[in-house]
Design a binder for this molecule. Structure first.
Ligand code: NAI
Length: 328
């Protein structure tokens, strides 16, 4: 039998946490034959609700779930962690400036990065879900100098999945027929969902759609502003779809992309495609044996270049702001 994998989830008592934990425990994060230990990290006010969720997890009698630990101490929460899902974050509230948002989140992700550095397992993989995800990942990474930088990733898989779904609806294809879609840049309204290299049942998606106005005025804004549309409709932000994307992100990272396809992940740039080295930006990546690689050699047309540059510019500004705040 395999040794259990230690999975730490922060913000475990939140709405994404509630949608996420049961799928981790049922084997969807890592695979149907991988036992897991869950570590739930919360702030003191969240501990009681996390205990309630743990009771429900017990009540599912998941065969793969070995044990659950609940704590508000990051050193305990990340002890021996193989996978860390950083979901808990400080949301933007009315009237909050970007600087305030970044420093409030710095107060969360800097100590968590250090706790990962000091306590996690050598093979730790980190996914940051809590917003602003890319820059929170950068802050955590900077606080963890002993962990290889590429282990810190940010979630753009929800954007990726949203884009696939929109493209499938537009072309009448099945989602499973859509390959090689890319989200570039920041997980924010400036993100760029790129269909120029995407395929719909083997045909080039941009050529098939053949409608730049739809791309510019419908597709891109629909994907980029989907989070706000969900809040408007549901009265609460995306939770189950965000949890599902977190599951997809880690599952793909660990188990690999399918031949002839790729995915989108926010990862530290190596300078590819003109994205300054070190920025945590979304790229097209293939994964294999627990490692990812940026897909190289794609032609970037003028339409794409402008949009990638704008999103990357925003990431550079966020990086400069957290640098000024002494967070990296
Ligand atoms: P929520 O407010 O329901 O839950 C957040 C939880 O985090 C709360 O239980 C809170 O007590 C906990 N928490 C706060 N600070 C913490 C800390 N220092 N350590 C441990 N736990 C802490 O929020 P929800 O809906 O679950 O969303 C979580 C985050 O995910 C938000 O930042 C949201 O913006 C982000 N998000 C990201 C998406 C993406 O695509 N990257 C998509 C959807 C949401």
């Amino acid at each position: 039998t395999r040794t259990p994998v230690n999975v730490t989830v922060t913000g475990a008592a939140g709405q994404i946490g509630y949608a996420l934990l049961f799928r981790i425990a049922s084997g969807h994060l890592l695979g149907p034959d991988v036992p897991v230990n869950l570590r739930l990290l919360e702030i003191p006010q969240g501990l009681k609700a996390a205990e309630g969720t743990a009771m429900e997890l017990d009540d599912c009698a998941f065969p793969l779930l070995r044990n659950i630990e609940i704590t508000d101490d990051a050193n305990v929460g990340f002890a021996g962690a193989n996978v860390a899902l950083l979901v808990g974050a400080r949301p933007r509230t009315k009237g909050m400036e970007r600087g305030d948002l970044l420093s409030a989140n710095g107060g969360i992700f800097k100590p968590q990065g250090k706790a990962i550095n000091d306590n996690a397992a050598d093979d730790i993989k980190v996914l940051v879900v809590g917003n602003p995800a890319n820059t929170n990942a950068l802050i955590a990474q900077a606080a963890a100098p002993d962990v290889p930088a590429e282990r810190f990733t940010a979630m753009t898989r929800l954007d990726h999945n949203r884009a696939i779904s929109q493209l499938a609806a537009k072309t009448g294809a099945a989602v499973s027929d859509i390959k090689k879609l890319t989200i570039w840049g920041n997980h924010s309204a400036t993100q760029y969902p790129d269909i120029f290299h995407a395929e719909v049942a083997g045909k080039n998606a941009a050529e098939l759609v053949n409608d730049e106005a739809w791309l510019a005025d419908t597709f891109i804004p629909t994907v980029a502003k989907r989070g706000a549309a969900i809040i408007e409709a549901r009265g609460a932000s995306s939770a189950a779809s965000a949890a599902n994307a977190a599951i997809d992100h880690v599952y793909t990272w660990v188990n690999g992309t399918a031949p002839g396809d790729w995915t989108s992940m926010g990862i530290p740039s190596d300078g590819s495609y003109g994205v300054p080295e070190g920025l945590i930006s979304s790229f097209p990546v293939t994964t294999k044996d627990g490692k990812y690689e940026i897909v190289q050699g794609l032609d970037i047309n003028e339409f794409s270049r402008t949009r990638i540059d704008a999103s990357v510019q925003e990431l550079a500004e966020e990086r400069d702001a957290v640098r000024e705040l002494g967070l990296i």
